[in-house]
Design a protein around this ligand. Structure first.
Ligand code: 5GP
Length: 190
């Protein structure tokens, strides 16, 4: 069957990916973030809001290191691009299932690039009466940031301006299942 996907190697040992962070490095860092959030949110009503689909793996790992009574919810958004650059226009494809009024929200993202998607999302959530809204991202690329005011409260790793995949991050729908973060070295062959 023709799938359009190279089938002569496994994704985990794909020769066209260069590892940026190993599974072990990721696990250690996510545990640290969970402990930090646990310390910061003692006695507060916490809800983690994951931004689908990219945040799903980070969200699942992070919440298991948060030792507090808490809830989770998810949103899905489409961020529109002008070529490869984000325009800041965001459409909500899936909204929260419960109100966030009087709750302490942490928005959980996979990666922040220009920051325009999160800026718009925080604007939208900011109208809903939450007690506080903070941001957690697994990866942060400060270099392409357009909204320099965006405050990232919890960040796994700062990375250079390279396109990465794995640990929830995709290219054309692929690679979200990689347990590590990789840089695509040959987009033609990968
Ligand atoms: P922003 O609005 O901050 O420019 O866009 C953030 C979104 O762009 C992320 O949620 C992600 O979907 C996508 N993105 C930005 N950089 C990367 C990257 O290096 N790899 C992948 N797979 N997606 C990225």
């Amino acid at each position: 069957m023709e799938t359009g996907i190279a089938m002569d190697h496994t994704e985990f040992k794909n020769p066209y990916l260069r590892t940026m962070f190993t599974e072990q490095q990721i696990a250690e860092r996510v545990e640290e973030l969970g402990k930090q959030i646990t310390a910061d949110y003692q006695g507060k009503r916490l809800v983690l809001v994951g931004v689908l689909k990219g945040s799903c793996v980070f969200m699942a790992d992070l919440m298991r290191h948060i030792d507090l009574p808490m809830e989770i919810d998810f949103m899905a958004v489409a961020s529109y691009k002008d070529g490869t650059v984000s325009t800041g226009d965001v459409e909500i494809l899936k909204d929260l299932t419960k109100p966030i009024r009087d709750k302490n929200v942490i928005v959980v993202e996979d990666i922040i690039d220009t920051g325009l998607t999160l800026t718009r999302l925080v604007d939208i959530l900011g109208t809903r009466g939450a007690k506080s809204i903070k941001l957690a991202t697994f990866l942060d690329k400060p270099e392409p940031r357009i909204n320099k005011e965006l405050k990232v409260d919890y960040c796994g790793f700062e990375i250079p301006n390279e396109f990465v995949v794995g640990y929830g991050l995709d290219v054309a729908g692929r690679f979200r299942n990689l347990p590590f973060i990789g840089v695509v070295t040959d987009p033609e062959k990968v």
